[in-house]
Design a protein around this ligand. Structure first.
Ligand code: SAH
Ligand code: SF4
Ligand code: F3S
Length: 451
């Protein structure tokens, strides 16, 4: 059997796509391997969001080139595929900069991977076809789902029409497209039938979802979540990533009404200054964001909120950065990703003259992260002493332990005696470490089981 090594960078959409590529390649006789040196086919599924990400890809390709040469000397061929957003953005340029690459395939064309591989050297597909690429990919197979654990991503929407001035995604992923409700329900049933207990709906702008419902009308994400909550065996639902502009009442109400919908919301705000938000083309003010948070918390008071931040957007002043610091003190996030602004060729913000010096970005990021980390720790310590349902996902750190997640997406380590992966068990949280909580299963029957 031939072997394929797939490495994915970037967002969850890419992680999901990597699984679907593995599925399509399995049909072509490829088994997945974690050892790149034994791979007949190497797929790098790339991310273009920040400068460093693309650089990492090119240095990784340098290593792949050495490997390919070594394998060649031993009489074995290796094909190299460059997939994902760097593939989409750079196109043919990749063959020039990294001749080791055989095939270039953009995020909307994975269904054509077998044909491209047969074509061989120089084959490329970076089209944005009108059809749902997932339709053309093989349906999820039970054995393959089971090998991937009790939690799964499910892409419901792709692409973005928001055009934030710093971001490459609208160019690499194309316009917003939502998958029809029936397809999503079918995929969710396949997943749960094979043991998946938690599904995270993913999309670049997941709450802009507007897929066609069985009634022919476009459904919102709130409505889709209600339908998914009816799927037997599907204990937990999550969704990411949302845009503040698309947090509608139905979605907020779903957080109040659906016990399956976990009390967790990732809602990127990027900055706390109205001028910066406008320059970013985020189309909302800092206070509008605060009001959204108020509404979400009114519907679900215990909800864990997380966000993304960019410091040093072109022209960001000290005072404007302080607005971001004020916003985080007001909201107190349970977690966050924060980045220095990085200039992306082809985006409007890259054209702004007043770029912020690197040293200033570094200093702002350190200050922001220090506070965000303090808030994260405070949130985690706040759960100590509480009893929370934990979905057991995998073996824990030490022998006999199991690890799982709370509704707030915190990792917990517990003594796994008598328990199995896939169980949802009430756990009393006893301590909070820096990256994990510790707890004890509360005696009694598991809240739900994978059986
Ligand atoms: N669709 C999501 C997130 C997309 S990218 C949203 O609307 O927010 C994930 C995160 O990467 C963004 O939230 C942003 O914080 C960060 N990011 C995107 N482009 C960036 C850039 N040019 N420089 C620094 N961070 C960036
Ligand atoms: Fe990028 Fe903005 Fe679209 Fe998010 S909403 S993917 S940050 S353009
Ligand atoms: Fe990166 Fe593309 Fe996702 S640029 S963040 S892999 S959509």
């Amino acid at each position: 059997m031939k072997k394929v090594f797939i490495k994915s960078y970037g967002c969850q959409m890419n992680a999901y796509d990597a699984e679907r590529m593995a599925d399509v390649l399995a049909r072509e006789g490829y088994a997945e391997t974690g050892a790149v040196e034994e791979a007949d086919l190497v797929v790098l599924n790339t991310c273009h969001i920040r400068e460093k990400a693309a650089e990492k890809v090119y240095s990784e390709l340098g290593r792949v080139r050495v490997l390919k040469e070594e394998r060649k000397a031993a009489g074995r061929d290796t094909q190299v595929v460059l997939a994902g957003c760097v593939a989409q953005a750079e196109g043919r340029e990749i063959f020039r900069r990294a001749p080791v690459v055989d095939v270039v395939v953009g995020p909307q064309s994975y269904q054509n991977l077998p044909a491209l591989l047969r074509q061989g050297r120089g084959a490329m597909d970076t089209e944005f076809p009108a059809d749902d690429k997932f339709d053309a990919l093989p349906a999820l197979e039970p054995a393959r789902i089971r090998g991937r654990g009790v939690t799964a991503f499910l892409t419901v929407q792709e692409g973005c029409d928001k055009f934030c001035t710093f971001c490459v995604v609208p160019y690499t992923r194309g316009a917003e497209v939502s998958r029809p409700v029936a397809r999503i329900l079918d995929e969710a049933r396949r997943l749960t039938d094979s043991g998946v207990r938690e599904v995270t709906l993913i999309g670049q702008n997941v709450n802009a979802y507007h897929g066609e419902g069985p009634d022919g009308a476009p459904w919102t994400l709130g409505r889709l979540l209600h339908a998914l909550a009816e799927v037997p065996g599907l204990h937990r639902l999550r969704y990411t990533t949302s845009h503040p502009r698309d947090m509608d009442d139905a979605l907020i109400a779903a957080h109040r009404d659906l016990p399956q919908l976990m009390p967790y919301l990732h809602l990127p705000v990027q900055a706390g200054s109205d001028r910066v938000l406008a320059a970013m083309n985020r189309k909302h003010t800092a206070d509008e964001y605060r009001r959204i948070i108020d509404r979400v918390r009114a519907a679900r008071p215990d909800i864990a909120l997380t966000s993304d931040f960019i410091v040093g957007f072109p022209g960001e002043t000290d005072a404007e950065f302080e607005d971001t610091m004020r916003l985080i003190e007001d909201v107190r996030f349970a977690g966050a990703f924060s980045f220095k602004y990085s200039s992306r060729p082809g985006t409007p913000a890259a054209e702004i003259e007043a770029q912020v010096p690197e040293s200033v970005k570094t200093e702002r990021l350190a200050r922001l992260q220090e506070r965000l980390e303090a808030h994260r720790q405070a949130f985690n310590h706040g759960t100590v002493g509480r009893t929370l349902d934990v979905l057991l996902e995998k073996a824990g750190r030490h022998p006999g332990q199991l690890a799982g997640k709370t509704p707030y997406l915190q990792m917990v380590q517990i003594d796994g005696a008598g328990l199995s992966v896939g169980d949802v068990v009430p756990v009393r949280i006893t301590a909070a470490g820096s990256n994990s909580l510790f707890g004890e299963a509360v005696a009694g029957v598991p809240a739900a089981s994978a059986a």
